[in-house]
Ligand binder design. Sequence first.
Ligand code: UCC
Ligand code: FAD
Length: 557
Amino acid sequence: TSEELKVPFARTATGTFFQEQPKIGNPYLEDAFLQGYLKAHLPSKVLEEVSLDLERFGARVVAEIDSLGRECELNPPALQQYNAWGQRVDHIITCPAWKRLKEIAAEEGLVAEAYERRYSNWSRVHQITKLYLYAASSGLFSCPLAMTDGAAKVIEWMTERRGGSDVGCSTETVAKEQADGTYCLYGFKWFTSATDADMTLTLARIMDVHGEVEQGSRGLSLFFMEVRDKEGKLNGVEVQRLKEKLGTRQVPTAELLLDGAKAHRISAEGRGVASIANMLTITRIHNVNGSVSGMKRIINLGRDYASKRVAFGKFLKDHPLHIQTMARMEVQRRGAFLLLMEVARLLGLEETSMASERDQLLLRLLTPVAKLYTGKQAIAVISEGLECFGGQGYMEDTGLPVTLRDAQVLTIWEGTTNILSLDVLRSLTKSQGRALVAFFSAVQGKVELASNIKDLESAVQRMQSAISKLEEFSQRVGSKGPSGTELAARDFAYTLARIYTGALLLEHAARPGASFTDIFTAQRWCTQDLCPVATEEATGSYDPEVASLDTSLVYEG
Ligand code: UCC
Ligand code: FAD
């Protein structure tokens, strides 16, 4: 009847209001901050080519990669242990989207770019920028790419049941030398993420003629092994089970038994841990990229949503408090992005033998600093990001919650926050303090660039005071002995991250052609992140005029 037709929720009708879905745009074109960075640093010819490539690739991320990534989340890997005839096959089945992502990665040269070095020392910046556009949409295919890159540099290796931080004590796999000089490996690998790889590099202890092995890091050597033989049969490897994980479910992480796997030793005996150092640098930089890329994606979706969703009679973007929340997320992303670019730039210099001693020390020190700090930022920003979508942010089928589940691993794998804080100390000890001298000199150089700019005056002052406090602290903490130094490791590493990021933001804001949002970002960081307590100056950031700056920060580009 006509009476029934007027009822909006009757029968198949589910109401008249449907919220529009948030969408990502071309992640290169929408990122004015990234474009500003490339313009400031790349030589003009390189900039011309790289920006064309990034614009094209950004369009491919939106049109093709993003939906493949989602498919990988919806179709996680499975393990087929036996075939229909009862034979053990241990076949890890991945979905077509995962395989397609592998092809795209090869087509785009997402790892090769770094080794072909078309743009000399800038090739790493090009590669990492491309990965930055890619990672958050890639359904974690960024993970095997990180390991491939690490292996290309040196190796890929595996954690055992006893644990993954203390590799020296936890690795039980043994290697028996064969008459032909190869080895057979026996052990249990507790975490192996690259299970669909063709080859792997792994640590094991060589048994002597009496069957004895040396314990600790010094007993470990590095081995290369192919996962399958020419007929496709597993090389003395059994896949025990796939891991049940909070996130990264797209990645086929498995427990493997090595039962006589044939392998070749590729490091000097007992130099296994030292020889994976290069890999640690590469994969940790990929981790930084995963963190920054994840932050960027949730912010992009959030700002699109804020211009579509109405609450209390206006768009979310017209509620200053909502936009202030997003602006704070964006400040974190911008700071983390510059730190990512800084380590990529230093890596590029090192790989082309153009790095000064200071650059090398900085690369060694900043890699763990950036990994540990951006991982924490990513979890916080992405968690806040889900809240920006209200209840929808919590709904699995929006594809939003997966971003938080995937972010949680960023502070665990590739070394936990504490292990990396201790690695920061290791880099200082190993360099006899020269890494810290390099740090202060690089920071001062960047801050000085900003010292004559009126709008940056108070930010520079805050930085100078933070630097002095850090210098004092570094001198004082040394006198507390090794256990006192160890207890300070995390706070110390966070402080290094905050100060270096502040210096990068100041440098960026001081360059010719910097925008007012660049200046505002540096001011914000130096007010809130160097010393986030509510100082008199901090209360200035609650002024109504600041709200329009918040909008510019969130919607720029
Ligand atoms: O989790 C994993 C992968 C998952 C997927 C990857 C995806 C990536 C991103 C995706 C984006 C979304 S793979 C497993 C990761 N595992 C770890 O990171 C291990 C954590 N544990 C550590 O980092 C520890 O610090 C150890 C195992 C590296 C070191 O322990 P030790 O036994 O106490 O080591 P030592 O005795 O202090 O160091 C042994 C040697 C020394 O050199 P020499 O012998 O010449 O004095 C150290 O200086 O190794 C050197 N070394 C280093 N060199 C140790 N760490 C480093 C380093 N970071 N750089 C350079
Ligand atoms: P633990 O070392 O037991 O850490 C537990 C806690 O103790 C942490 O909070 C840690 O910070 C703290 N802690 C430990 N030691 C110290 C210390 N000295 N001082 C202060 N605090 C300390 N590994 C691989 O080799 N290959 C892979 O492909 C791989 N894939 C993975 C995939 C996933 C999804 C996950 C979650 C892990 C993977 N790992 C892989 C293993 C990973 O690298 C380790 O789990 C990680 O390094 C932490 O080691 P652990 O598990 O032994 O933790």
